[in-house]
Design a protein around this ligand. Structure first.
Ligand SMILES: *Cc1c(COP(=O)(O)O)cnc(C)c1O
Length: 397
């Protein structure tokens, strides 16, 4: 998956263009910048690729989630539905606004289970935030129907699935808001960076202002700009945006390589009857960043994961025991370990996650292995890897 694997001359030359002008900031300094507006250039390229009217770049994917929520007016005490299987950024962004992360079970898509989502909706719910984990998407039609029925917003976290699609539309472009990350291990990278996409002009206007201290970005004199509301600084730098300008041109190439490597590994694994694959909702196309499969029991999956590692098959993950991606190890959330006091709304509104029953998530995640698909493998390496995985798994059955 990672864009850093194929980092090269194009990326260097885009960064050099910025270094030549010395203007490292995305706003202002018009006279000095020699026509270089890397953040704007990347925003235009992303809007085109993602088929949306507005894109706003940010300093990270976590910042993108925070700004997306803020731009839609989410604040203290509002409930945001998110999955038990995701990255910690999901609840971090929600908590940053004083809103309440409501954890909900995942199913065999490894993303939000729409039936469980419906059961969790209350009169405080404002947003459903599906996370398209490990290259594939949530059942977006079902979630959209719930949003329509209950008057909620759909925010797609597409940080791990950029380049995938659902019913012909790019992931991230289908909800009211969509977010991408360009951190160092994502499919395409800026080093650090993120983006919020939307077709809603009001959210976009709020987002670019909110992420730059509330600046209204009218006129040519930053000091004279108005501040219509309180903001913060979530800006991306021109250096990071420049890396992204080179990487976005390679997104389709990266996806093609991933699809090729994924398909070879998948057809090998399919020869083993005890293996089944993660369900991709109808009409969905993965970005092929991971190959995700289920084994028959938790015990066998643990053994298989260990055996794969011992046999030199790197980058296969057992998320059930992972500190960052599954609710079981989020004791800092469960125990509300914050540096300072949390807002009263959060303390009162947060469910007691030490008592929650997410056994329906455990059922799937405890049997899931996800293997990262690399861009840099040669054909021979993929073939060898496939044979090795098969022989390791056959040993177990
Ligand atoms: C990486 C990631 C993020 C956060 O992105 P950063 O740029 O690292 O802040 C959010 N959600 C998911 C699902 C991610 O994988």
């Amino acid at each position: 998956m990672p864009g850093f694997e194929l980092f090269g001359d194009k990326e260097k030359s885009e960064v050099e263009k910025v270094l030549d002008t010395g203007v490292l900031m995305r706003y202002g300094f018009d006279g000095m910048r020699d026509g270089q507006w890397k953040a704007k250039e990347l925003e235009a390229a992303l809007a085109n690729r993602m088929e949306v009217s507005h894109v706003h770049l940010l300093s990270s994917g976590t910042a993108a989630l925070t700004v997306a929520l803020a731009s839609a007016g989410i604040g203290a005490g509002d409930e945001v539905i998110m999955p038990t299987f995701t990255f910690v950024a999901s609840f971090e962004s929600i908590l940053a606004l004083g809103a309440i992360p409501v954890l909900v079970d995942v199913d065999d898509t490894l993303t939000l289970n729409p039936k469980a989502v419906e059961k969790s909706i209350t009169d405080k719910t404002k947003v459903i935030m599906p996370v398209h984990m490990c290259g594939s998407m949530a059942d977006l039609d079902a979630l959209k129907a719930l949003c329509n029925k209950y008057g909620l917003l759909l925010l797609e976290d597409a940080c791990q699935a950029i380049g995938g699609s659902y019913k012909g539309k790019p992931l991230g472009s289908i909800g009211d808001l969509g977010c991408f990350s360009f951190d160092y291990v994502k499919t395409i990278t800026c080093g650090e960076g993120g983006a919020m996409v939307t077709n809603n002009g009001d959210y976009y206007e709020n987002a670019h202002k909110y992420s730059d201290h509330g600046h209204d970005h009218i006129g040519n004199d930053r000091g004279a700009e108005q501040h219509p509301f309180l903001g913060y600084n979530f800006r991306i730098s021109e250096l990071n945006a420049a890396v992204g300008c080179a990487q976005i041109l390679r997104l389709n190439e990266f996806i093609t390589i991933q699809e090729h490597n994924y398909t070879l590994l998948r057809s090998a694994l399919a020869q083993i009857p005890q293996v089944s694959f993660r369900r991709v909702p109808n009409g969905g196309v993965e970005n092929y960043s991971f190959l995700n499969f289920f084994l028959p029991s938790e015990e066998i999956t643990r053994k298989a994961h260990k055996a794969l590692g011992e046999n030199g098959i790197d980058a296969c993950f057992y998320w059930y025991d992972n500190n960052w991606h599954y609710y079981r190890k989020w004791e800092h959330l469960t125990n509300l370990k914050s540096l300072g006091k949390l807002p009263a709304e959060v303390k009162e509104g947060l469910p007691d996650y030490s008592k929650s029953d997410f056994s329906n998530s455990d059922h799937w995640i405890s049997r899931t292995i996800s293997c990262l698909i690399k861009l840099s493998w040669t054909e021979a390496e993929v073939e060898k890897r496939a044979q090795k995985i098969i022989s390791v798994l056959r040993e177990l059955f």
